[in-house]
Design a binder for this molecule. Structure first.
Ligand code: NAD
Length: 378
């Protein structure tokens, strides 16, 4: 019987776990034997006893456990020597950040490990149930709005009290993809007035259906839709004109949440230092694109910058702050992929399969993904 191992995550600040008692039971029903490293789910409020009840065996983890696994389910990238702990022919699934960990990728290929990084999953209808980037971005958008409400020295909703009326907070959200739309919905539920900027015109309807106001785009022939729900890179002239429009809206905002992203490109710089200087003191900026360079020029990853009373926060892993539900959704996404690659005779990797082929990183002793060159090969 094939063995699955769920190790404890060792990455800094990582609190999520790649399988929950619910998905463990389903993995067992699929024919796997499941081992969970002691305490792996503790930071996400899943205790060892719950895994045992679901049918898993609790193990000590470390090199020996890894070597005995046919399938290893991870959240974050491998740490230290872990890339050398996996057995030849085993399968590794997780958010492996392959382009930031080329050395680990070479080691995985050399060891004959098959790896499927979740960030390379094709974002197609067929793969929707496996889309960890969406499930985790949704959480990030929700958390960003809640964080902004807590950080702001004002109310979000309109309040009429005996001491007079409080005006609702003005929230500007830049980028209305997965994270942005959830931030719109959450800020609206908390009672804020929400304005939204996005370069894909089709988003306007979605924003308005959530009660947000769409900020008009610069009048040009350029269309920001790149297909598949993604944006394309805009010209410098377009972005300059967009910033001019945004500047007026940001000057009267109390909260700015930025989530603008273009696939494969650094985050567009949409909030310049001059725009921050024109904002009111007390304004809070939450920059979700911090890790990809930031949508604001002053953002620093996982730090808080104070610019004349405007505070800019660049949290990098908001989903980890809500580890229980983040793990529930993440684990279900991974289970859907495992079900997809498991047949009657166990795991079968088909490089021709639309989903597997699109995300296959290492297999049969080679690096298979086109994002890597021959020089990267072991
Ligand atoms: P997404 O692709 O679904 O959404 C990005 C949106 O930005 C799209 O709607 C796109 O049209 C828009 N956009 C692109 N250029 C723009 C511009 N010039 N002006 C306005 N809008 C523009 O991506 P997502 O999954 O929502 O993620 C958004 C960002 O948040 C990414 O950078 C992602 O890495 C980051 N993220 C951060 C965390 C965290 O904890 N910090 C967690 C998840 C995602």
């Amino acid at each position: 019987m094939s063995k699955v191992l769920i190790p404890k995550e060792r990455g800094a600040g990582e609190t999520r776990v790649a399988a929950t008692p619910e998905t463990v039971a389903k993995l067992i029903a699929l024919g796997f034997e499941v081992e969970v490293e002691r305490g792996a789910g503790k930071t996400a409020s899943f205790l060892d006893e719950a895994y045992t009840e679901a049918g898993a065996t609790i193990v000590d983890g470390g090199e020996n456990s890894w070597r005995g696994a046919d399938l290893l389910l991870k959240v974050g990238p491998l740490d230290g020597d872990e890339a050398t702990w996996l057995a030849e022919g085993s399968l590794l699934i997780g958010l492996l950040a392959p382009f930031d960990n080329r050395d680990a990728v070479r080691r995985l290929a050399a060891a004959g490990v098959t790896s499927l990084p979740m960030e390379l999953l094709p974002r197609t209808t067929l793969a929707q149930s496996m889309d960890v980037l969406s499930s985790q971005a949704n959480i990030a958008g929700y958390r960003a709005a809640v964080m902004a409400a807590l950080e702001l020295d004002r109310y979000f909703p309109l309040l009429m009290t005996a001491a007079g009326t409080i005006r609702p907070a003005k929230v500007v959200i830049i980028g209305a993809g997965v994270a942005g739309l959830q931030a719109v919905a959450t800020a609206r539920r908390l009672g804020a007035v929400v304005e939204v900027s996005d370069i894909r015109p089709e988003v306007q309807e979605q924003v308005e259906s959530l009660g947000g106001h769409f900020i008009p785009l610069p009048e040009t022939e350029e269309d920001g839709s790149g297909g598949g729900g993604y944006a394309k890179e805009m010209t410098a002239d377009f972005l300059r004109r967009q910033r001019e429009i945004l500047k007026e809206h940001l000057a009267v905002a109390n909260v700015v949440i930025t989530t603008a992203a273009v696939p494969g490109k650094p985050a567009p710089k949409l909030v310049g230092a001059d725009m921050v200087a024109a904002m009111q003191p007390g304004t809070v900026i939450i920059d979700l694109a911090a890790e990809r360079g930031g949508n604001c020029e002053l953002t620093r990853v996982d730090e808080e910058v104070d610019s004349d009373g405007v505070r800019i926060l660049g949290p990098s892993n908001l989903a980890a702050g809500m580890a229980h539900d983040a793990s529930m959704l993440y684990a279900r996404n991974l289970l859907a992929l495992v079900q997809h690659v498991t047949g009657e005779d166990g795991i079968a990797i088909d490089a021709e399969d639309e989903i597997v082929g699109g995300m296959l990183l290492t297999h049969g002793g080679e690096i298979r993904h086109p994002g890597f060159t021959e020089e990267d090969s072991p």
